[in-house]
Design a protein around this ligand. Structure first.
Ligand SMILES: [Zn+2]
Length: 425
């Protein structure tokens, strides 16, 4: 009986739409390939033939990244209608800006004059930077569920081409340490596999970017789960901090990914700074001098992107670190998870703070300042002397302005990260 019904259905299908059944016999794909001209273009080529003229050829593609909805794009190929055709479609990356390591699923739809249609199988294009002989090292994985997004954990892979295995292993250890601390602080792990491309020089990294003038030390492409960063082998210690900082942004942004989420800059940067480990000793004098001179920036101003002026920017980062330290030390992980969850759901900063902690932004500002004067009062006498602090801060500013080695890491922190955009380092 079932067999009879099946036969009737296929007979009906033949009557209603002969092309659906006949298509595979009429249209044949001879060749399909994609040539990547990294980082500027991907050229898709299709050769196909049919018994009648092929009149329509389109490429469909889907970029593998976090999205609020499924997005399939369409490219109209160039070709001359004939029974045997070669169709080309060039994807200009000035419009797409794919990072190294991005993956794109694509397929062709071919139609001939008789109305036959044929869809090719789905293939994956790997947008790899083949200028370098990449080696890779993969972590054993972080497989606990995120307490904010509910995502399962995922592994992390470092790609590098200069330096030996121990160089990559040191970076991996730093990443694993950072992710472990992040779990303790905000109960979240990477939700998608993370790929980190470590370039040996800024020039190497800039060669991977279409608009290199916008880039300095690297970038985190949150939605792609990809970080591209330049870490010369001679700057390993700086590189470890920079990498953990960006990795933290990436994981926090993924965990709070939603059309409504907006993190205040102090929280976003503060979590990234705090997760690096101890406050960068070069930044501490800026905080201490601001406390003594009563020039702390209000927490409400720190919700917006930081000032581009170096001295204000350094103070903004140092204060952000201190604010996150204050919240975690005094109120713990559970409340930080609640705060991030409420922000993800689209609550305002004040609403989220009041619901979780019982105080708004001004209340946070006041409570935090109160603990600062206590901690400063308990600090060693040498650190209390305002003149000395002023000298140290001035020295640090001078070094920073001169672009000194020790402060190099700060330049890439100049631009704040937003949850749905790439974070420029
Ligand atoms: Zn940052």
């Amino acid at each position: 009986m079932i067999r009879r019904i099946a036969l009737i259905i296929s007979a009906l299908l033949l009557l209603l739409s002969p092309s659906l059944v006949a298509a595979e016999n009429d249209i044949a794909v001879i060749n399909s390939e994609v040539e990547i001209n990294f980082p500027s273009q991907a050229m898709f080529t299709l050769e196909a033939e049919s018994y009648t003229d092929i009149v329509d050829v389109r490429l469909y593609y889907q970029v593998d990244k976090m999205n609020y909805a499924v997005v399939v794009s369409e490219g109209w190929a160039d070709f001359t209608p004939a029974t045997k055709i070669e169709a080309n479609w060039a994807w200009d990356m000035r419009q797409a800006s794919l990072p190294p390591g991005a993956e794109v699923t694509y397929w062709w739809m071919i139609e001939d004059a008789a109305g036959n249609r044929f869809e090719t199988s789905h293939e994956v294009m790997h947008f790899d930077d083949e200028r370098y002989p990449w080696q890779s090292l993969t972590s054993s994985g972080f497989f606990e569920k995120s307490q904010i997004s509910g995502d399962d954990g995922a592994e992390l892979t470092i790609f590098w081409y200069e330096g030996d295995e121990s160089f990559a292993q040191e970076l991996m250890n730093a990443c694993e340490g950072g992710l472990t601390r992040l779990t303790e602080d905000i109960g979240t792990h990477p939700g998608r596999p993370i790929k980190i491309y470590v370039y040996a020089s800024v020039e190497g990294l800039q060669g991977a970017m279409i608009f290199p003038q916008e880039w300095t030390g690297g970038a985190a492409f949150t939605e792609f789960s990809i970080i591209a960063i330049s870490i010369p082998t001679s700057r390993l210690e700086w590189g470890k901090r920079a990498l953990v900082h960006e990795l933290t942004h990436l994981v926090v942004h993924q965990a709070t990914f939603s059309p409504y989420a907006e993190l205040p800059t102090w929280l976003d940067e503060g979590l990234a700074m705090y997760n690096e480990g101890e406050l960068d000793p070069n930044l501490r004098p800026f905080l201490q001098r601001a406390i003594f001179e009563d020039r702390l920036i209000s927490v409400r101003s720190l919700c917006s992107p930081f000032s581009a002026e170096p001295e204000k920017a350094y103070l903004s980062y140092a204060q952000s670190y201190s604010l996150v330290e204050y919240l975690l030390d005094n109120y713990g992980q559970g409340k930080m998870i609640n705060l991030l969850t409420l922000l993800k759901q689209g609550n305002t900063y004040d609403e989220a703070l009041v619901e979780v902690y019982g105080f708004d932004i001004e209340g946070l500002d006041a409570g935090w300042r109160g603990t600062l004067s206590n901690s400063v009062a308990q600090a060693p006498r040498v650190w209390l002397h305002p003149a000395l602090i002023a000298v140290l801060a001035a020295l640090a500013t001078a070094l920073a302005l001169a672009g000194a080695l020790a402060l190099e890491g700060w330049t890439w922190r100049g631009l704040p990260a937003k949850p749905t955009k790439e974070d420029k380092l």
